[in-house]
Design a binder for this molecule. Structure first.
Ligand SMILES: [Zn+2]
Length: 247
C-alpha cells in the first residue's frame, strides 16, 4: 500500500513542472487572441476578404472564415434584391486600434477635451480602447456607411437598413450597438448606436464568453489613456454594453 502511495505522489510532480510552462503559454496565447494581439494573416481560421466585397478595393481586410462564408451568402441574397452590402472594416488588431485611439487621444480630441478623462469618454462614444474592440475577433463587420444619418435620411440607406433588420438574423448577424435608452431603446451602456456594425453571433457569442472569463481589467493596457480603463469600467460598460440578442 505504502509503495503505491509513494508512486502516486512522486509521478505527478515532474509532470506538473513539465507542463506548467506550456499551460502558461496557452493561456497567454488565448488572451492575446482575445485582445487582438496577433496577425490574422498567420491564423488558419482567418481569410482575406475578396476585393469584390470591399467598399475600398485598395484595403486588405481579414475575417474569420466561418463569419465570411455566412456574410457572402447574405451578400448574395441582398444583391438579388438590388441591395449592396460592401465591407468597410473587418478585423482590426490591437495595434491598428491603438493607432486610431491614440490619434484621437493625443491629437484630434485634445483641444476640445483638455481633461484627459473626459477626452477618453468622448472618444468612447464611437471608438474602442485597444484590447476591447469586437473587431479584434474577426467576427464583426462595418458595412455600407459609417454614418447613422445615411441610414435614417437617405432613401437607399433606409432601404439597406430595413433589409438588414429583416434578413441579417437568418445569416447569424445581429446589431450589437442598438438604440440606447437616450434613443428610445433598451441599451443602457456602451457606444452610441451604430447602424453599420454587425456581428456574426455563432462565433462572437462564444468569444465574448471567453473574453469575460479570461480578460481582467489590468489586461487593458499599452496605450495612451489606458489608466482610465478601470475607472470607466470599460469591460463591463463597453465590451458587455451590447444588445441582449447579441449576447
Ligand atoms: Zn464596427
Amino acid at each position: 500500500m505504502f509503495k503505491y502511495l509513494v508512486i502516486l505522489f512522486l509521478v505527478p510532480l515532474p509532470l506538473i513542472f513539465f507542463f506548467q510552462p506550456l499551460m502558461g503559454n496557452t493561456e497567454t496565447h488565448k488572451k492575446d487572441i482575445l485582445l487582438g494581439k496577433f496577425s490574422p494573416s498567420t491564423q488558419s481560421n482567418f481569410i482575406m476578404v475578396e476585393k469584390k466585397y470591399l467598399a475600398d478595393k485598395s484595403r486588405i481586410i481579414y475575417l474569420q472564415k466561418e463569419a465570411y462564408e455566412s456574410y457572402k451568402k447574405m451578400y448574395q441574397e441582398a444583391a438579388r434584391e438590388n441591395i449592396q452590402l460592401p465591407i468597410i472594416s473587418g478585423i482590426r488588431t490591437f495595434y491598428q486600434q491603438k493607432s486610431i485611439w491614440e490619434k484621437k487621444y493625443n491629437n484630434t480630441y485634445k483641444l476640445k477635451f483638455p481633461d484627459s478623462y473626459k477626452r477618453a469618454l468622448a472618444i468612447l462614444k464611437y471608438s474602442s480602447m485597444p484590447g476591447t474592440s469586437r473587431h479584434h475577433w474577426g467576427t464583426d463587420i462595418d458595412i455600407i456607411a459609417l454614418d447613422n444619418q445615411y441610414f435614417i435620411k437617405n432613401k437607399k440607406g433606409i432601404r439597406d437598413f430595413q433589409w438588414m433588420r429583416k434578413n441579417a438574423g437568418k445569416y447569424g448577424f445581429c446589431m450589437p450597438y442598438s438604440a440606447k435608452k437616450s434613443d428610445g431603446g433598451s441599451r443602457e451602456n456602451g457606444y452610441e448606436m451604430e447602424r453599420w456594425h454587425w456581428s456574426y453571433t455563432p462565433q462572437s457569442k462564444n468569444l465574448l464568453k471567453q473574453y469575460n472569463e479570461s480578460i481582467k481589467p489590468q489586461d487593458i493596457n499599452g496605450f495612451a489613456g489606458a489608466e482610465y480603463a478601470q475607472k470607466i469600467n470599460v469591460i463591463h460598460k463597453y465590451v458587455n454594453g451590447i444588445a441582449p440578442e447579441c449576447k
